[in-house]
Design a binder for this molecule. Structure first.
Ligand code: FMN
Length: 194
């Protein structure tokens, strides 16, 4: 037995293949991001729960922590919806709400909690947070589902397919944005000298 992070990462890779678009609203301001951390968090079928893990570096993290509400959207892989899915992914996952309003660039409605619903998504669950686990660089949020809808039925977009279709310039920009996020996470986990 040994500890090898490379092998650990191979074991852990791809466990959550579906990117989700998470939106929230806090003090009247709406925002959101893309996440690969979405999961189901209830064994009781009549009382579903959803979970997401958000990095503290991201604005959406602080907003969900404060407001206690989020909407988790699946994206569509259907040919007539794919461009919209990539637009959502690039808009919410490519820059921070700290640098400007992202939500007004997308077609939205308003959910039960006041958080924005992305009308071009495949589907969504809207949740109220019932528990938060602080894990140094991130928080894991678990929420009771209070509303749900299938907006555009069909196949859901997987991250492998999305990476193959995203423009190279956007991926380069994403990589550049990812760097400070990673450094921030290391500093929170290991201390400022990490
Ligand atoms: C495929 C993909 C997966 C991501 N997964 C996560 C995640 O699980 N948790 C997270 O906090 N950020 C994740 N991100 C990064 C955020 O979407 C990104 O940093 C976003 O710009 C943050 O915006 P905000 O500062 O407005 O919240 C992911 C991005 C992409 C493109």
């Amino acid at each position: 037995m040994s500890y090898d992070p490379e092998i650990a990462n191979r074991v852990l890779a791809g466990l959550r293949p579906f990117p989700v678009a998470v939106t929230t609203v806090d003090g009247g301001v709406a925002n959101g991001l893309v996440s690969l951390s979405a999961g189901s968090a209830s064994i009781i079928p009549e009382a579903p729960r959803a979970t997401i893990s958000l990095t503290k570096y991201n604005k959406t993290h602080d907003m969900v922590l404060n407001s206690g509400v989020f909407v988790m959207h699946m994206l569509s892989a259907e040919a007539d919806q794919l461009d919209k899915s990539l637009e959502i992914l690039m808009t919410l996952g490519g820059s921070s709400g700290r640098d400007g309003d992202k939500i007004s660039m997308l077609r939205t409605g308003t959910g039960e909690t006041g958080a924005p619903i992305l009308l071009d998504a495949h589907s969504y669950v809207e949740a109220r947070v019932i528990g938060t686990l602080d894990v140094e660089e991130s928080s894991i949020f678990v929420g009771d589902v209070v509303a749900s809808e299938i907006l555009n039925d069909g196949q859901r977009l997987r991250i492998g397919e999305a990476w193959g279709k995203l423009p190279a310039e956007w991926i380069a920009q994403y990589d550049a944005n990812h760097h400070p996020q990673l450094e921030n996470a290391r500093a929170r986990r290991f201390g400022e000298k990490a």
